[in-house]
Ligand binder design. Structure first.
Ligand code: URA
Length: 243
């Protein structure tokens, strides 16, 4: 990978900032100063990079969780709406992070961001059946403690005829439940409840596979995943973690 991209992805600044760093002669490979920002650094030589004479901390992959607030869209750039980009701390802004799946503008809760595309794909692909738990508040007919969990377990049929995979409905109150699904179709939870003439008024994602939303984050809070959390995500989709 080009040295400027490698350093920007590792949190050393924007592309232009790291180019300035390189042109200033502060970056060396195996003791030799690199001055061309386009210099290719083979994977095998990354460990030999130094900045200001110190070993450079080169990282390829990042994993963050955000407690997405309402009113923010799951995109990094939009001409009219607030986006999740405003919650990404500057150190990660040039790392090429993408959201893992999408939450609607009015949905809150757990959103994972990573620049590791294979993990991202597996966590969202219905083939891997990763469970996502949503807290759902709605209006309309109250939940029936026997019929509704049975209907969700059998697979809800949406208005367009699509039959959902079996889902687990845990009733908390007449108009409040936790729903576990393994798919991520557009507006899926809202449409599953709409199939029972119910309208979702508050939707919050609590977990994705083994990863729980950190309740200490608060709305708009963000943090890196711990090593244990990253390992658990890879294990849940039977993937070896890349170095
Ligand atoms: N299902 C929905 O309806 N909306 C979301 O944001 C996520 C799941």
């Amino acid at each position: 990978m080009r040295i400027d991209r490698l350093l920007a992805n590792s949190g050393y600044g924007s592309r232009s900032e790291v180019r300035a760093l390189i042109r200033a002669g502060r970056v060396a490979l195996a003791g030799s100063i690199i001055r061309d920002p386009g210099t290719d650094i083979p994977d095998s030589e990354r460990a030999l990079l130094q900045i200001d004479g110190q070993p450079a901390l080169i990282r390829r992959y990042y994993y963050l969780m955000i407690d997405k607030p309402s009113g923010v869209i799951t995109a990094l750039d939009d001409p009219t709406h607030r986006t999740i980009a405003e919650f990404i701390p500057p150190a990660y802004q040039h790392a090429g992070l993408s959201p893992v799946g999408r939450l609607d503008r009015d949905t809150t809760g757990l959103l994972i961001l990573t620049n590791e595309g294979v993990l991202n794909h597996r966590l969202t692909s219905p083939k891997h059946g990763v469970e996502k738990v949503y807290d759902v508040v709605f209006t309309g007919p109250p939940l029936d403690p026997v019929k509704d969990p049975t209907d969700f377990a059998a697979g809800i049929k949406l208005a367009d005829g699509f039959c959902c995979q079996p889902a687990k409905l845990q009733i908390i109150a007449s108009h409040h439940a936790q729903l576990t699904i393994t798919e991520g179709k557009f507006h899926q939870v809202k449409r599953m409840f709409a199939a029972g003439e119910r309208e979702v008024t508050a939707l919050r994602r609590l977990s994705v596979g083994p990863l729980q939303l950190d309740p200490s984050l608060g709305s708009g809070g963000v943090r890196e995943l711990s090593e244990a959390e990253i390992t658990a995500l890879y294990e849940t989709v039977s993937l070896e973690r890349p170095h």
